[in-house]
Design a protein around this ligand. Structure first.
Ligand code: ADP
Ligand code: ASP
Ligand code: MG
Length: 475
């Protein structure tokens, strides 16, 4: 059995959904299909929440109206005849969103719980639509309500899945359909607490749903179908000539995802890695391209695997009065936790603490809270670039057999000479070197490292080292 997850761009239009249908139809193994919301829908729903919170119910309801029309138009373009049951199930989704948004506009407040109820509508609607498209194409399917499939804690907006309770739920929500030879179709990103309250797993969380479902059902493979040819050697939005990486270890994939390779949600690596299930990243517009295989075996690529980056970052430099540095550290990280602001890097100098984080509203809140008590400076326009590869990891006891790194951090810094680096992160045992630099220098730094270390495959037959046959058959 395999899990096939299709992201927002893979289900954005009727033509894209038709491609998904043909990919799923041509797969012979039993499969569970996980889908994201149609491309752009989650952004639209969250913008509706923001409008409702600001008391602008006309805009909020207008957004949902447009989404309702978009789903109807997609269904009409896709299906020979649109079943009344589909229209009424979709209408239930939109009515729920309308009702919650009206409530928010009335009170001027969106609780995290209500926000999740609105955000979840995107995946509930897309899974209904995709399921109908499959049926229309002759596949036997079953729609699975994600709220009855994935169990989570109650951290609304960024809930963590609960493995045991999810496995239990899948036993009665998904397994019976698989046993009957049907294709279960479930929305990603969405779950519910043990009390049944709707939650979401955080932006990009459908990858995590797929990995979790795959791990719970002990799938032989988890496929992440997206709009690029695999995990690429660099972010294609920053560098125009990246190439797909043929194979990665879970460790490399996890660090690349953590440092901004958006094609995979960072939390999606863990469930698959713990269960030892290979993950393939594939392009739904070019289903015959080989993609990237992520598996657990230690391979011997001697160089870098890929680069990843985060943009739109800012540094906050806080001055600490003598003897207060540890207390200020605690305060600063306390504020960041409260604002749900991930800190990418932190550095201590004699009487100064610097943190680097996303430059949006949460940093604004931390700046205000800390700025009331201490003097600080903020520097915008920064980026973080990371070079990742097993070849960068120092070998520990018992790992002497591994190929020694062919290059060291010194080579990376030499390749970047003339580019000004503000902070550097290099942890023992990790597979990365990361540095903060001006966003304006990011494309040049990426191009230089790519040219120096990644312009040709460093190890052309890595996939052989993964034992591809054992991982579910070469494609
Ligand atoms: P989906 O909607 O399928 O989940 P995402 O937009 O979440 O797709 O992720 C795919 C996008 O990730 C690509 O279109 C690409 O712009 C971006 N991306 C950033 N870094 C990388 C990388 N190293 N390899 C592949 N894609 C990357
Ligand atoms: N639709 C959600 C988002 O846009 C989840 C996902 O696409 O993975 O974040
Ligand atoms: Mg994604």
């Amino acid at each position: 059995m395999i899990v096939m997850k299709f992201g927002g761009s893979s289900v954005a239009t009727s033509a894209a959904i038709a491609r998904v249908r043909s990919i799923v139809s041509s797969e012979r193994r039993p499969r569970v299909v996980v889908v994201s919301a149609l491309g752009g829908v989650t952004d639209a729903l969250l913008s509706a929440v923001a409008s409702a919170e600001a008391g602008d119910s006309a805009t909020a309801l207008g957004v949902v109206d447009a989404l309702r029309e978009r789903h109807r138009d997609t269904a009409r373009a896709l299906l020979a005849a649109v079943p009344a049951a589909l229209l009424s199930a979709l209408d239930d989704c939109w009515s729920r969103a309308f009702q919650r948004l009206r409530g928010m506009a009335r009170t001027g407040r969106a609780t995290a719980r209500l926000r999740d109820e609105v955000a979840a509508v995107g995946e509930l609607a897309s899974s209904l639509l995709v399921r109908s498209a499959f049926e229309d194409g002759g596949l036997r399917t079953m729609w699975v309500d994600a709220r009855r499939a994935v169990a989570t804690d109650d951290r609304h907006g960024a809930a963590s899945p609960l493995f045991g309770p999810t496995a239990e739920r899948l036993r009665w929500s998904i397994l019976p359909a698989l046993e009957r030879g049907n294709v279960p179709v479930v929305g990603g990103f969405v779950g519910s607490t043990l009390r049944g309250v709707t939650t979401t797993l955080g932006r990009g969380g459908s990858d995590l749903s797929a990995s979790l479902i795959g791990a719970c059902l002990q799938a032989e493979e988890i496929q992440i179908w997206t709009d690029v040819d695999g995990l690429l050697t660099a972010d294609p939005r920053v560098f125009d000539r990246p190439r797909p990486v043929d194979a990665l270890t879970f460790g490399e994939a996890g660090e690349l995802a953590h440092f901004g390779a958006k094609v995979l949600h960072p939390a999606a690596v863990d469930p698959a890695a713990s269960a030892g299930i290979p993950v393939r990243i594939l392009n739904s517009s070019r289903p015959d391209a080989p993609g990237t295989l992520i598996a657990g075996h230690h391979h011997a690529r001697p160089g870098l695997a890929a680069l990843a980056c985060h943009r739109d970052l800012a540094a906050l430099e806080v001055d600490c009065p003598p003897g207060t540095r540890e207390r200020v550290l605690a305060e600063l990280f306390g504020e960041c936790a409260q604002a749900m602001l991930p800190v990418h890097l932190a550095a201590l100098a004699d009487s100064r603490i610097s943190i680097v984080a996303g430059s949006g509203a949460p940093l604004e809140n931390v700046t205000k809270a800390i700025g009331r008590r201490l003097s600080l400076r903020r520097r915008d326009g920064l980026a973080l670039l990371a070079a990742v590869g097993e070849g960068l990891r120092e070998r520990g006891p018992g790992e002497e057999h591994a190929v020694a790194p062919r290059w060291s951090p010194a080579d990376v810094f030499a390749a970047l000479s003339g580019i000004s680096l503000h902070l550097v992160s290099r942890a023992p045992g990790s597979r990365h070197i990361a540095f903060v630099l001006s966003d304006a220098d990011l494309p040049a730094a990426t191009a230089r490292l790519h040219h120096e270390f990644l312009s040709a495959p460093a190890w052309s037959d890595c996939s052989a080292a993964f034992g591809v046959a054992a991982a579910g058959g070469a494609r």
